[in-house]
Each structure stands twice: as structure tokens, then as C-alpha cells.
Design a protein around this ligand. Structure first.
Ligand SMILES: Cc1ncc(COP(=O)(O)O)c(C=O)c1O
Length: 381
């Protein structure tokens, strides 16, 4: 590892490829696999991840914002990119120029896209998003056909897809609401069919849906968390077992590492860090880790978490500050300045998972990884 880095993220290419192959084995060769690389690829590094994904099994890339899509194009990625978030009307022209695909759910966007495409003499590929019960983006039943016809009446807009998103598939082992949403989606498909409108790509499956419900695979699945080797939730894993499915084996892709910036011995009774929230009860060997909440290490982990160094667990002492936290290495002999520390990931026989950190912080694994500061160097191994 480059010795001038004080913290970095290592990405395991073989783990990412392995995870992609697991999803490919679930969905077969005929369907498209969209790698969701929004939110800086769930904190993993968007460009690094996108390059690996399309060199592997991924057919499409998914982003939230058109700026993310433009960044992919600027990096030379020419694969199909679907923007799943809202593109401001003023951003549509640039997005069309960059051949991004759009999820659409309002007339204004469609009308503006039509004008832009006429002007540029270009086509744009649109995916209708239908409301099935998440009440986020999406159009209602009653406006579906009018919008679909509006798109079809344009000489330069192509109605390429129809999509929806599940609200309650990860958080529960009771999937009645997911089934209700699937039924709503199917009703939308029937409406289109009855109106004689063909849409080649139907998609509503996220990682959990891809794992649990083959019926949701349709023509494309949009895989996020699973791609990174993380389970959507414990409930998803349990649901697999309840359905007597053999759970796919996922391998975490991300390792977050740092180096010790100072070592010192403090007397028994010393207070550690801001707010004096921890007081040592013995002469203690403390090590300073130059990572803080600015980097995405949750402040909620103050006095709670441990990290790995020399293959052993070292507990956090005191508060996580903006750029630092302290660990107790009294019982870990031989720790020296710039000793490697694993904040998230594997060291020797031990592993610190995003789920463990999420449990400590009272959140979900998605948030732990997605909030890792994009400025930290990502290194593909
Ligand atoms: C529209 C859409 N599709 C797919 C995904 C991927 O979901 P997951 O990370 O659970 O696979 C997301 C993530 O939030 C999403 O917003």
C-alpha cells in the first residue's frame, strides 16, 4: 500500500465479480443486470466500481442524478446508464447529449425532452415509473396511458422501459405488501398491453427482490447492496431460509483502512477526548486513528466500537471527533507508529462488518458504506 496515505478504501475486484456472478446465476443470461452505482456506488467509489461492474457481468449502470451519469461519460464509460432520480428540466439537454436514459413520471419532463430531442435531432430513451405503493416517484394508473401515448407520439422519444420500486421487501419476513405492489405493477403492464403499447424492458427488482422473488425479475434487475457483498437485511436472509432457498454467498467488497498517527501512554484516571466521556482505570497505551465523522465514521460509535490492528480488536476510547478517534492498545503488544488499522473489513482471521457497525450506530449497512467520504482514495485490488 502506498505509504503516504493515512486512510484509504480497498476494493476487492474478485469479490465484486463474484457477487455479480451470483446475481447472474439467479436471473439467467437473458435478463439484463443493472449495477446500481448511485451515491458514489454506495460509498465504494463510483468510477472504480462502474468500470469493474461493466467489465464483469453488469449490462447497465444505474445512477441517481444526471451529474453522476455525466461523470460516468466523462470517465469514458459508454454503457447504458439509467438515471433513476429526478433530472431538473434545465439539466435535461446535457443529459440527452450524454445519451443518458431517463426514468420519467411527469408530463413536463416528457414535453421538454421532446423539444430538446427535436432540436438536437437525437433520440432519448425513457422508462416510465409507476406508483405501486411506495409513494415516492411514480405515476398513477389513471395517467399511465396518457403519458405512454404522449411519449409514443413523439418522433424522437423511445418508450424503452417501465419500472417500479418496492417499499417493504427488506424490512420484513412478511412479504404481503411486496406481493400487493407486484400485483399493482402487473396491472399497469396489463393496461399497457390492452392499449397495444409494447415496452421492452420491465423492471422492479432490487437485491432483495432478485433473491426472494423470481417473478419480479421481468427483463432487468437493478442490484445495489448485493453487488457490494452486503445483504439487504437480516430479514432477507431469514426469508431465503424460510422459502427453503439456498442463500447466495456474497463477499464484501470494501475494506476501510488507516494508520496510527500517534501512540502515548496515559496515567490511570486520565480523561480521553472531547467531553471527557471516557476515563481510563489503568495506565493505558492509547493510539490515535486519524479518521473522524468528517470521513463518515459515525460519531455514534464513540466509546462503543472497536477496530482491528495486528489482527486484534482495539476498543474506541472517548468520542469520535471530526478527524480523529482514540483506541486502547494496551493489550496488543508491538503496535507502532503508522501501524495499519482496519475500520471496516477483514484483518487476519477477524472481520468487522458493515452490519456490525450499523448495529452499533443504530442504522443500516447501506448508510454505513454510503456515507464514507468520497475524498478518501479508493484502491482496486
Ligand atoms: C430505484 C432503485 N432501484 C434499485 C435500487 C437498489 O436497491 P438495493 O440496494 O436494495 O439492491 C435502489 C436503491 O435504493 C433504487 O432506488
Amino acid at each position: 500500500m502506498k505509504s503516504d496515505l493515512i486512510q484509504w478504501i480497498e476494493l476487492d475486484r474478485s469479490a465484486l465479480n463474484h457477487n455479480l456472478r451470483q446475481f447472474r446465476s439467479l436471473i439467467g443470461k437473458r435478463r439484463k443486470l443493472l449495477a446500481m452505482v448511485k451515491a458514489n456506488a454506495y460509498g465504494h467509489g463510483m468510477l472504480e466500481t462502474a468500470r469493474m461492474a461493466v467489465a464483469g457481468e453488469a449490462d447497465w449502470l444505474g445512477v441517481h442524478s444526471f451529474e453522476e451519469g455525466v461523470a460516468l461519460r466523462d470517465a469514458g464509460l459508454l454503457d447504458p446508464v439509467l438515471v433513476v432520480g429526478y433530472v431538473p428540466l434545465a439539466g435535461l439537454e446535457e443529459a440527452v447529449r450524454q445519451d443518458l436514459r431517463f426514468v420519467v413520471y411527469n408530463r413536463e419532463t416528457v414535453l421538454r425532452l421532446d423539444k430538446i430531442c427535436q432540436k438536437l435531432d437525437k433520440q432519448a430513451y425513457l422508462h416510465l415509473k409507476v406508483e405501486t405503493g411506495t409513494y415516492r416517484q411514480g405515476i398513477e394508473h389513471k395517467t399511465l396511458i396518457a403519458l405512454a401515448k404522449g411519449i409514443r407520439s413523439s418522433s424522437c422519444l423511445v418508450l424503452e422501459g417501465i419500472s417500479s420500486h418496492f417499499a417493504n421487501i427488506e424490512d420484513t419476513t412478511d412479504h404481503s405488501y411486496a406481493r400487493f405492489q407486484l400485483k399493482n405493477f402487473q396491472e399497469n403492464l396489463t393496461l399497457l398491453d390492452d392499449a397495444g403499447i409494447q415496452v421492452p424492458l420491465k423492471h422492479m427488482s432490487c437485491s432483495a427482490a432478485a433473491m426472494l422473488f423470481p417473478k419480479t425479475h421481468f427483463d432487468m434487475v437493478r442490484v445495489g447492496i448485493g453487488l457490494y457483498g452486503l445483504w439487504p437485511s437480516r430479514e432477507t436472509y431469514v426469508s431465503c431460509l424460510m422459502k427453503k432457498k439456498v442463500p447466495i454467498r456474497l463477499r464484501p467488497v470494501l475494506n476501510w483502512k488507516s494508520r496510527i498517527a500517534q501512540l502515548k501512554t496515559v496515567p490511570s484516571g486520565a480523561f480521553i477526548g472531547y467531553g471527557c466521556t471516557y476515563r481510563v482505570t489503568r495506565r493505558t497505551r492509547l493510539a490515535l486513528v486519524p479518521v473522524g465523522y468528517y470521513d463518515g465514521y459515525p460519531r455514534d460509535l464513540s466509546n462503543v466500537a472497536h477496530v482491528l490492528t495486528k489482527g486484534q480488536r482495539a476498543p474506541l476510547r472517548g468520542r469520535v471527533a471530526m478527524n480523529y478517534f482514540a483506541i486502547d492498545v494496551t493489550d496488543i503488544p508491538g503496535v507502532k507508529l503508522e501501524e495499519e488499522v482496519v475500520l471496516l473489513g477483514r484483518m487476519d482471521q477477524d472481520e468487522l462488518t458493515a452490519e456490525t457497525m450499523a448495529g452499533w450506530a443504530g442504522t443500516i449497512n447501506y448508510e454505513i458504506v454510503a456515507r464514507i467520504n468520497p475524498e478518501i482514495p479508493r484502491i482496486v485490488k
